[in-house]
Design a protein around this ligand. Sequence first.
Ligand code: ATP
Length: 904
Amino acid sequence: MSTATRLFVRNVWLQALVMALCALLVSQLIWTAAPATFHAIEWAPYDTWIRLRPHPAPDPHLLLVTRDPAGDHQFGAGQWDRSLAATLITALHDAGATAIGIDIPLDLPSPPNLGGAVSDALLIEAAKSAGTVAYPAVLAPAIDQEGPSPMMPPQHLVPGKSTLQPVLDLDRVVRRGLLYHGSGSSELPSLGLSLAAGVWQVPLERIERRSGSIRLPHAQIGGGATGDVTIPVDRQGRLLLNFTGPQSLAPIPSATILDIFRLIEQKDNDRLVALVNGKAVLLTTQPRPQPERTVPSGEDTTDMLLQAQLLHTLLTQDWIRELTPWQRGVLAFVLSVGVAWAAFRWTDWRGILLGSGLLLVYLAVAVISLALLRLVLPFVMPVTAALLLLVAGSLLGQIVATRRLVLLEQDMLSVQQQLVAVREALIYQETAVESLEEDLESARTSMSHSASKAAESATLAADLQRMLAEAQAQEEATRQRMDALEGQLHNLRAATISAAPLRNIEQEQLRRECEQSGIVTNDPAMLTMFRDLKKGARSPVTVLITGEAGTGKELCARAVHRLSPRAAKPFVAVNMAAISPELFESELFGHVRGSFTGAHADRKGYFELAHLGTIFLDEIGDLRLDHQSKLLRVLQDRTFYRVGATSPTTVDVRIVAATNKDLQRGVSEGWFREDLYFRLKGLVLHLPPLRERTADIPLLAEVCLREAAQKSHQPPMPLSGEALEALTTQSWKGNVRELRQCLEQAVALAEGALITASDLRLPGTSTSVADTPTAAALLPDSAGDLAVLNQLRRNRFDMQATARALGWDRSTVTQRLKGLCFQALVESAGDQAKAASALAGAPSLLRTVELKLMDYRAHLMDTIAPFADVEEALVDCKRRFKNLPERHFRFVETLVRRHFESQA
Ligand SMILES: Nc1ncnc2c1ncn2[C@@H]1O[C@H](COP(=O)(O)OP(=O)(O)OP(=O)(O)O)[C@@H](O)[C@H]1O
């Protein structure tokens, strides 16, 4: 696995960042596939808000003068003579209108039948003398398409030249007003902006345009006040319209052309002034095909009315703002990272709940910001990305969890390999320290014996002293490194177990299912293990169960069988440690009659007995290497030869294996075949020791007491509080088995109706008969070699740990082991491998013992090398190995004599 993948699998924040980016990318792609639809969804909150909110009052300086059917009836339904507009403009100006916008494109000539050039001249003259009059110009492309040539060039009208064109969003809804259309010399302000500039008395050429805003300096903003007006626009110069109402016309003060004409005809100047004075007037004279555009509220409207909305938005200065594309992107990214982090940090319901919560909070913030701050936040991208992440979260979470498990296992392997190297280094260093101590002792002795060599020996002793100090420091450093690695390994193991957390809702269900298989537990790690067991049982995968003795490995193996489709077929349990090495093949694979002495008939082996069912290979870690290779072949193709048979036998069996040894360590240390290990670890189930799940102890105790009572046909005996306390604080090296035995014994021994703490006979309690007399039996002077050896084995031949356990000093333990090694070498006739195997007791300790043996033997050979005579060599050995118990020195003597004999 590459470093990048490792980093990704380990770091939730990195996963969140990468996945958030991917989700945003996918959201963008989805958006690109259906842009109009997504645009409509993006603006749905804004559109809804526009529709439902209480609408702002229109600016009082705004007046709409429109055509209506009565006007059409009076002046005709089609286009009107432009002299009519000229009359209106002059009258409105005279009545005090601050700016007038008309919808007649003055760039195009009037048709001859409607007054022609004369009417055009009248209108232009009226416009010229009416102050700010803005009219829609035909933009260059429109002129090309529509044919009629514009009046060239009406220079005097240029300041009022504007455009009516609205901006359509992708979903063909108008939400924004574009303040400038076109570019370069053909650029035109929109009619609304021209009129607003007229009201504020800011010449168009003084308007400043910046990125993100348009500024009108020294504007007369009403009440005689002057100030700058800054209009917030997006990158394309668009301003979000703050619509006055759902009915675009309804709230804006308006009058009809006929009303105005009547006032003119009646010369009712007062009413005209009252209606028009100080206002920007939008004059609609053109017959318009209705409807033209759609607004967010869903209704249709005209371009002139849209300009009125723009003018209203500008005059009220009540802006609705948008974020820049960058700001939108960053916001969506931040939200997505948050949701992704929640979804990957907890791959169960908690992740979904937290992620959804974040999304809901964001939506609430978006609504509040629109309603209170008038700020439109992005909608589609963050929501799509967040939903994608929530869906993908649990899926990817599972994948990442699996990869993380693989990584943890790889790391464990590497730590174990380092540990092996460090252990070996420690053995060398330990032996070096021991040899130096002996050399130093010897140098001191010779110093006191020979005065002539005193100075020489003193220098040698000083050198040795220094070397010893260095070696001891080195040994101490290695020990610390080993402790650190052991700690690391422990943490990795714990992480491996907790890598796939259990959902709360499954817990009760699993507990009940466990009980049906005879497994009493309420421990999350055990229940998680059982969940995996259940899944694995259905498939034919090979199962490896690990855990200390008595933790329930066989119970679990039986559960695998019971929950598998082979449940009705045989379950055959084989204890690999209990099979005698000579009978290994015959027991497992069977034999044919006459194949060896005593084979009186054909006999099926365990594999054949388990045909179509399950074979449980217990204590697989205690298998010798040569037997491991034999087993490997069967596991590979389920085919073997019965002892003495000439044709192979093929079986259909499901393999479940168990061990309390660390097989991965075995692979690193070379006592377990790697290929066999990988064959076995299809599904690994680890059972935690009882001391790591003390909450199970009362449960187990209750079940054990109930069963004991059933056996003795008596009512169950309850435990006293003190007894329960004692049970839970016990370390239970033998785990559930030991607990069960302890309780069975207590039931038998209890005298009252209650089991008390003393009935339990736990080590440490005053009446205990189970106290191990090890300390007494293992005094240095006693000949309890076997007990010392057992203690060494228990401490993996670590001298320091063994010395601590026995309460001795380290050199005493070293001398004992050295003596035992020499004894084993003599008894195995010099066969180092055999001697090591006899001392190690278990394959997992073989390598350590071999190294010790090699060193001790080499040291002995080095000691006697300078001597030609066996007796002289023995005298030196006597001095050198003076701390060796006499019974062990006999073996040194034998080895030395054998060596000299072989040299002769
Ligand atoms: N969770 C449990 N609930 C009830 N009984 C249990 C549980 N775990 C173990 N036991 C009991 O403890 C005893 C030992 O269990 P088992 O033989 O399955 O352990 P093991 O791990 O295979 O031991 P070993 O490694 O020594 O073979 C059995 O009597 C078993 O019923």
